[in-house]
Design a protein around this ligand. Structure first.
Ligand SMILES: C[S@@+](CC[C@H](N)C(=O)[O-])C[C@H]1O[C@@H](n2cnc3c(N)ncnc32)[C@H](O)[C@@H]1O
Length: 273
């Protein structure tokens, strides 16, 4: 008997796998981040004047209000529960930051994130994973993302700290794990410097990069490294003499310096093929 999806088994028609809707995401409950942990989140993200912070699922608005009051940032809280929006607006007025702390009643999956320089969240593992493609595709390279307690699956955090949380309302640990990600520029694919007749073909997995360097179409070296925001750092990983490439990614070009075998760095102006 065939077990192919969509085939008939025992005379009973079964729907194709593709037509089975994904399991609904678990509802995220309202749990407050203790104030000392709010301070640690904003410190880990390096929030400062000029930042535009969005807290996804903002509860009583404490992260947004603290970012505005203590760090001089502008903040936007996204929250489903209308009574928490009303409470946040009142607390923002009382803190004297109503002009820099806004709250919108909205589903966080419908929120335009493109203007944010910092995104914070205290959600659930599955919700983080469901959000991950949107974070990677809509946030500008270099945007800092901090999650309270939950990770992003295979997108490994760039920094992780565990902080005391003595009055945490959930869990037994009385600590909170905070993770920071720096949204990487997209570098996947081939790039060429026509003047030097060099091609760099990169395979990107989140912030990790493996690359092949070719000269006149011939493989020369294998490189590996990371892209942190717009900053690309690659090193030889093939056991040969030292190669180092440091670059800055700007949409369809990478301004970089390439040094090979201890020689002086040469400018490499790569264009996306
Ligand atoms: C764990 S609380 C975190 C509150 C606040 N960020 C903090 O750290 O204190 C999560 C919040 O997300 C809100 N929430 C859950 N699902 C949401 C959604 N799809 N869109 C917007 N807010 C949501 C909940 O109502 C709740 O207030």
């Amino acid at each position: 008997m065939s077990c192919a999806a969509g085939g008939a088994a025992g005379g009973t028609a079964r729907p194709a796998l593709a037509s089975i809707p994904p399991a609904p995401l678990e509802e995220v409950p309202y749990v407050q981040t203790p104030q000392s942990v709010v301070d640690a989140i904003l410190a880990l993200a390096g929030v400062q004047r000029g930042d535009r912070l969005i807290d996804l699922g903002s509860g009583d608005g404490r992260i947004v209000i603290t970012a505005a009051r203590t760090h001089g940032a502008r903040g936007l809280g996204i929250e489903l529960a209308p009574h928490l929006i009303d409470l946040s607006n009142r607390l923002a007025r009382e803190a004297g930051v109503a002009d820099r702390a806004r709250f919108v009643a909205q589903d966080l999956f419908d929120t335009d994130l493109s203007g944010a320089s910092v995104v914070t969240m205290y959600l659930l593992p599955d919700v983080n994973l469901a959000l991950r493609p949107k974070l990677l595709s809509t946030l500008a390279p270099g945007t800092r993302v901090v999650s309270h307690d939950w990770d992003m699956g295979e997108w490994r955090a760039d920094r992780q700290v565990v902080v005391p949380a003595p009055n945490k309302p959930v869990g037994l640990e009385r600590t909170s794990t905070l993770r920071l990600w720096i949204v990487p520029a997209r570098v996947d694919g081939p790039w060429t410097d026509p003047r030097r007749r060099l091609t760099l073909t990169m395979k990107q997995t989140f912030q990790d990069v493996e690359a092949e360097l070719r000269a006149d179409g011939m493989p020369v070296r294998r490189l590996g490294g990371t892209v942190a925001g717009r900053s690309l750092r690659l090193f030889a990983i093939d056991g040969g003499p030292l190669v180092r490439l440091n670059g800055t990614v700007r949409a369809d070009r990478i301004e970089s310096r390439l040094s090979m075998g201890g020689g002086a760095p040469r400018r490499l102006a790569l264009r996306r093929d």
